[in-house]
Write a protein that binds this ligand. Sequence first.
Ligand code: NAD
Length: 475
Amino acid sequence: MYPTLALYIDGEFIGGENRKTQDIINPATQEVIGQLPHATRDDLDRALEAASRAFQTWRNSSPMQRAEILRKVGQLSRERAQEIGHNITLDQGKPLAESVGEVMSCADHTDWHAEECRRIYGRVIPPRDPNVRQIVLREPIGVCVAFTPWNFPYNQAIRKICAAIGAGCTIILKGPEDSPSAVMAIAQMFHEAGLPAGVLNIVWGVPHEISDYLIRSPIVRKVSFTGSVPVGKQLASLAGAHMKPVTMELGGHSPVIVFDDADVTRAAKMLAKFKIRNAGQVCVSPTRFYIHEKVYDDFLATFVDTLKGIRVGDGLEPETQMGPLAHERRVPAMTRFVEDAVQLGGKVVLGGEPLDRKGFFFSPTVVTDVSESALLMTEEPFGPIAPLVRFTDTDDVIRRANSLPYGLSSYVFTNSLQTATQVSNGLEAGMVNINHFGSALPETPFGGIKESGIGSEGGSETFDGYLVTKFVTHV
Ligand code: NAD
């Protein structure tokens, strides 16, 4: 059932003949489930040449033609969501319902880009001389390269592909080597939907070798990356050295602020379930919990109680609510966060350890009384760990929430409109969610500020990073 893994270059699926291959591991069982071929230099050159050639035609394709292909992929993905989701659970670990949900929600992203690409408008600027015409055109930027991660292997890839292709660009995408099946499925669907050869190319390999080679290529005009802040900075520096624009969707350390006037029980239950989604491996996962002193004990009791009831297991088992971490290296990373927090006075009130079973499992963990200088409060944990601290003063908690270089998402629970307005104005974040979790819809912009990134994906902003502006004037 797990797909044969391949490169996809110039409309052809290319297998492992004589190429280096990499084992794909199921994180719940540690079994090898597939072999991923790595691209050679010749493969990368071929992908560059194909993307460059295809761009000459695709840039002139009508938005209707692009929309038709995108819509077809949306339809195919709805039909295949169970199968694609099953494979995502096999190579990434999240519960099947989450994997299938990821694919289904991305069908909406494909539809959105199909609709929105017909509205890439320019404008006419009133001239000083009535005989002059002044027109602003927005044109596709050219060949794009994209590097996408393993936590939402379908979502992160399809958003970049739809934006590039919908804008009239061609793209070479390096997907996540740890969890490649979703990107394979995407390539297969675009192939079947009739996307011309070379418009989409998929490569795999050693991440820094591929990105270094592709970003330096004079053929490439645009770089898009989703992943960690340190890697994002490296790629943005390299792109900058070659004067190429970037879209960077990087990590965060999202504050949650629960005020004493909030519905505390509801907030604690909602946040516990949101925290363990994808085992906390979500860039917008709530990661620093600031709870008003007056409601701290009530919040903690309900939060811990809800987490205690979470079923951790293999994502293919129907009752599982939280799967394993996506790969082996994330388990010691979690232990390091907990040990450091404890050394600085933190108290582990739930979990704190890997599960004693096969697979890369770490228990849902709550740490209280955490020092604000602990790694857990300053570095993105990217796992199922929640640090809780107290606050009393609104200005003070806004200052603490803004104290890190990140600015991705943020969460506020309050029943006061005045507090909601004050905090949403004060938070330095690309996204502010008040009393619910409302980010990441196709029609809304998704992106961070400060070190969390550059540019937005989704919303009417979605094509901005893939277009250039041309001014045309004539008499
Ligand atoms: P990592 O920083 O090594 O890798 C993160 C992702 O970037 C992976 O998909 C990897 O293949 C890719 N990558 C790494 N170096 C690259 C390079 N030079 N060129 C192109 N792609 C490159 O870390 P990791 O152990 O895989 O994940 C841990 C950290 O990554 C987490 O703590 C989290 O901060 C971050 N991360 C963020 C997101 C996100 O959605 N923003 C997703 C996955 C991981």
